[in-house]
Design a protein around this ligand. Structure first.
Ligand SMILES: *[C@@H]1O[C@H](CO)[C@@H](O)[C@H](O)[C@H]1NC(C)=O
Ligand SMILES: *[C@@H]1O[C@H](CO)[C@@H](O)[C@H](O)[C@H]1NC(C)=O
Ligand SMILES: *[C@@H]1O[C@H](CO)[C@@H](O)[C@H](O)[C@H]1NC(C)=O
Ligand SMILES: *[C@@H]1O[C@H](CO)[C@@H](O)[C@H](O)[C@H]1NC(C)=O
Ligand SMILES: *[C@@H]1O[C@H](CO)[C@@H](O)[C@H](O)[C@H]1NC(C)=O
Ligand SMILES: *[C@@H]1O[C@H](CO)[C@@H](O)[C@H](O)[C@H]1NC(C)=O
Length: 441
């Protein structure tokens, strides 16, 4: 989907391929699931599922056939965390939820200083709290992994292991010599990493395992390092008609949502549809209804479908003039890290068999765009559990080739490319002097 042609073309609606018209324009929604982690029978296994992206699994995996006798020798993977509570709150959040709110008592949030008591934390939302109107009832914080998200992470780990352990025998066991796990500083990425490890091997339930994270102010994963020059570049391309036209064209939708949800006049809710997208899908993916306000008006399925379509922000990370340099500035440090991993492997210095990253939507969209996936097809918004896997295979003649998977399926342009050209592609996304490029005025 490209915003600059939005009034003429948007992709096809829903599963039936129906077309919706608002305000004289046709918004066509691409097929997708937004309300369940499970794909119903009859639908393709790898359909876009915002609640739980398709990922590599033994049932839909084949070894490369390009050079017979090749062996898997190295692996990197990056996924988005699994489903969670909303990470954005309405000004009157409490009324826009069922009375019981959100329940997070169904798994224990442990976080303790080694060698001391194994404390865990619970969220209390007292009914007398003077600011209760700003949060739902129940026992959940914002942006918290749900029990359903943890279960999806465990299944993700089982499916991953079904290939790289069971089928290929490449990863022999879960151990810190072979596997490096890297996360952001958020509880949800760390808990997903724990779910994956448990999915790999259920005896991990009683074992410890290190997760590597960078300080939050310079963490390259979300990404969170400061880059004012990139912010300026993005602000500029979100101020031109290619972007602002779609906001104007959808003004009636926005007015309906604002009246119902109390978001009128708030810039975080008016400059893009991210917050509506998050607050709807976090609910529906976790079996909550779309928001209903205290006078009984509810967001309609049709309006939610429109928000889902508008929420594939392909313009910002893929098609906007200058989006390439924006991605490179904001994710260049992560591209550098990935390039260094593969260079280290190439030079014979890598000690890990696999480096596995648990990341965020903002990481996955930049990774996909930087690797050129948006040139093959418009990029859908990275779903929960969205995945990229990079395999290195060595031929009997000792040559190394990379095969990349996106959402469980080989990427056509990265299906058996030389390791050197893959590293060059990663390095092409690393601006020289990136600190200065981000900060110098
Ligand atoms: C929208 O779709 C209808 C019916 O398919 C068609 O008649 C109309 O021309 C379309 N409008 C635009 C602006 O493309
Ligand atoms: C999920 O969404 C689909 C398509 O919009 C709809 O047909 C189905 O009834 C929904 N399921 C639930 C449980 O709401
Ligand atoms: C490698 O094989 C796959 C099918 O197994 C094919 O799609 C791909 O194009 C091949 N790559 C090259 C570079 O030949
Ligand atoms: C949440 O609980 C409070 C206090 O019990 C109650 O007043 C409020 O109506 C509840 N929220 C909803 C949406 O029912
Ligand atoms: C892209 O960057 C160039 C060079 O700074 C600038 O002239 C141009 O206006 C930018 N385009 C957009 C859409 O922001
Ligand atoms: C609920 O939504 C309806 C329809 O948009 C609106 O008229 C009403 O004012 C809203 N109620 C509250 C309390 O916001």
């Amino acid at each position: 989907m490209r915003w600059n042609t939005l009034s003429a073309v948007l992709f096809a609606v829903a599963l039936e391929g129906s077309v919706q018209t608002t305000n004289g324009q046709n918004i066509t929604l691409e097929p997708g699931i937004y309300n369940s982690s499970t794909v119903s029978p009859g639908l393709p296994w790898n359909i876009y599922n915002y609640c739980n992206a398709p990922h590599v699994n033994a049932g839909h995996y084949s070894k490369p056939t390009n050079v017979s006798g090749s062996k898997l020798v190295y692996l990197n993977a990056m996924i988005r965390h699994h489903k969670r509570t909303p990470d954005n709150l309405y000004p009157t959040e409490n009324e826009l939820n069922p009375a019981a709110g959100w329940d997070c008592t169904n798994f224990i949030q442990e976080n303790y200083g080694g060698g001391t008591a194994q404390v865990f934390h619970e969220t209390d939302i007292p009914s007398w709290h003077p600011f209760l109107s700003q949060i739902w009832n129940g026992t959940c914080d914002m942006g918290q992994l749900t029990a359903g998200g943890l279960a999806d992470a465990v299944q993700h780990g089982k499916d991953f292991w079904s290939i790289y352990h069971d089928e290929l025998g490449f990863l022999e066991s879960v151990n810190t010599k072979d596997i490096l796990m890297r996360t952001s500083t958020e509880d949800r990425t760390q808990q997903v990493a724990g779910g994956l490890l448990f999915g790999f091997d259920k005896t991990m339930a009683t074992k410890t395992f290190p997760l590597h994270a960078q300080p939050s102010n310079i963490d390259s994963i979300p990404p969170d390092y400061s880059c004012p020059n990139a912010d300026n570049i993005r602000n500029a391309y979100q101020s031109v008609p290619a972007w602002t036209n779609h906001l104007e064209e959808n003004a009636p939708l926005k007015a309906r949502l604002d009246a119902m949800l109390g978001t009128a006049g708030l810039s975080a809710w008016s400059t893009w549809y991210d917050h509506f997208f998050d607050t709807f899908t976090s609910r529906t993916c976790n079996d909550h209804p779309l928001p209903c306000n205290s006078t009984g008006a509810c967001v309609s399925e049709a309006d939610a479908d429109l928000v889902h379509a508008i929420g594939d922000f392909d313009y910002i990370w893929n098609t906007a003039e200058n989006s390439t340099i924006y991605n490179q500035l904001t994710f260049g440090v992560m591209f550098q890290e990935l390039a260094m991993n593969f260079r280290l492997f190439q030079s014979g210095g890598e000690t890990f068999k696999m480096r596995f990253y648990v990341a965020h939507d903002g990481s996955m969209i930049r990774l996909a765009s930087g690797l050129g996936l948006g040139k093959l097809a418009p990029l859908r918004w990275p779903a929960l559990g969205s995945e990229m896997v990079f395999e290195v295979w060595r031929t009997p003649r000792g040559e190394d080739f990379v095969r990349a998977f996106h959402e469980g399926t080989p990427v056509p342009t990265l299906n058996w490319v030389s390791l050197e050209s893959f590293i060059s592609l990663l390095e092409s996304n690393v601006p020289p002097n990136i600190f200065a490029a981000c900060n110098d005025t």
